[in-house]
Design a protein around this ligand. Structure first.
Ligand code: E4P
Length: 223
């Protein structure tokens, strides 16, 4: 199960990468446009924090196959290492996916809302598909079910494409898509921070410390 960060916030990525085990970073044009420095510098910085092995998923801007291919080739050659080009599942996007994956440029199909779109992206050679769980929930759909159906279809037809579930508002959505068998999730800072915490954990640990200090003061086990 891979956990990626859906952000371009360098400080947060550094801190999360130092403290926890993360498998990569995803960005999109909205995320990159909120940064104060140029997007190329942001992506370079993320690449250097991640090293060569962890995955970086960077998205194209254009909606025309020829331009998508140009952008994808640029991203592929500029950001060495484990780079996946995110391409939306629009008709021109599928066309570009087919062209690029035949030339060994790795693709993450993004903005996926239905299992059918995921299937077509897998047929076009995408390594990952990214269904938008919370955005599906927001239109009275069921994001978890969409992810579960994609996982089942890929398993049934032994497709190698993996599911990189995206767009979360809470950790329950993540728990449920994990149970459905998704291979990877990408989460923003707010949801990521909630994956690790519980008030009862804090209360328990503080009680241990207080009880110990009543008897032993500041002494630690090795004293
Ligand atoms: C995924 O590729 C997208 O960048 C992202 O997860 C969308 O998330 P949002 O719906 O929280 O914006």
């Amino acid at each position: 199960m891979k956990i990626l960060l859906d952000t371009a916030d360098i400080d947060f990525i550094k801190k999360a990468n130092d403290t926890y085990v993360i498998d990569g970073v995803t960005t999109n044009p909205s995320i990159l446009s909120k940064q104060k420095i140029h997007y190329i510098d942001v992506l370079q910085e993320i690449r250097s924090i991640l090293g060569d092995k962890k995955t970086l998923h960077a998205q194209v801007i254009n909606q025309d196959a020829e331009q998508i291919i140009k952008e994808a080739e640029f991203l592929h050659t500029t950001f060495q290492g484990n780079i996946y080009v995110k391409i939306p599942v629009i008709p021109e996007g599928y066309k570009a996916m087919k062209y690029l994956t035949e030339r060994n440029i790795k693709v993450t199909a993004t903005a996926v809302f239905t299992p059918q779109q995921a299937l077509m992206a897998a047929k076009a050679g995408a390594s990952y598909v990214a269904p938008y769980v919370n955005r599906i929930d927001n239109i009275s759909g069921n994001g978890v079910n969409v992810v579960a159906d994609i996982v089942t279809i890929f398993q049934t037809y032994q497709l190698q494409t993996q599911v990189l579930a995206a767009s979360f508002k809470n950790t329950e959505q993540i728990q449920k898509i994990c149970l459905a068998g998704t291979q990877a999730v990408t989460v923003n800072e707010d949801v990521f921070s909630k994956l690790f915490c519980h008030p009862l954990t804090d209360w328990s640990v503080n009680t241990f410390t207080e009880d110990w200090q009543k008897t032993y003061g500041q002494k630690i086990m090795s004293d």
